[in-house]
Design a protein around this ligand. Structure first.
Ligand SMILES: [Zn+2]
Length: 198
């Protein structure tokens, strides 16, 4: 079921601000989730034209291309997106795209990943849930509550720094007001997706 309210909201955002990558991304996602993959393709391509490093946009674009019967287009998108996700340490989109490529019968370049040994763990290292790299734990929790605890226990410092930058963009581009519950939900959803939590 297409969410017409959100379509209007994100169309307005991207019309008044044509460089709003997250506005275009959100518009594409609403179309895809609402069963309109054909309409999702243009805004997702626009997202990637503004920011070619947004890994999640490749996943949604390829899903849309598959849904409209364009497997060649999807494969091109996935091969490019896989490289981008690899470079940026975006583990979840990278794995999703690897699975999609395998399903299409396409080969996927393998990568060897350092594993967290008990010795490294004892020395205060963690294996980051977002990038899968082994690195030092942040010196303290980024904020209070169970989510702050979870992030401290499972996300490396460089990934959390990347989220701070991305989170600012989420607030500005989607015009969130964090004193309001709906905005807070949108912000949390973006954070959990970005950090590969849940
Ligand atoms: Zn990380």
């Amino acid at each position: 079921m297409l969410d017409e309210v959100k379509v209007r909201q994100f169309t307005e955002l991207t019309t008044t601000d044509p460089q709003n990558e997250l506005g275009f991304f959100s518009l594409g996602r609403v179309y895809l989730e609402g069963g309109a993959p054909r309409e999702a393709i243009a805004p997702l391509m626009k997202t990637l034209a503004i920011n070619p490093s947004l890994s999640r946009a490749y996943v949604l674009l390829a899903q849309s291309q598959i849904a409209v019967g364009d497997p060649e287009g999807a494969q091109t998108t996935l091969l490019k997106g896989y490289r981008v996700a690899q470079e940026h340490g975006d583990l979840m989109p990278r794995n999703q795209m690897a699975d999609m490529l395998k399903e299409m019968g396409s080969s996927v370049p393998e990568e060897t990943v350092a594993q967290l040994t008990p010795e490294l763990q004892a020395a205060g290292q963690i294996q980051c849930r977002r990038c899968n790299r082994v690195g030092p734990k942040m010196s303290e929790r980024p904020f209070g509550g169970p989510l702050g605890e979870q992030i401290h226990a499972s996300i490396c410092g460089p990934c959390f720094q990347l989220w701070i930058r991305q989170g600012t963009k989420v607030i500005n581009e989607l015009r969130l007001n964090l004193t309001d519950v709906a905005s807070q939900d949108v912000y949390d959803q973006h954070m959990k997706e970005f950090l590969n939590l849940n």
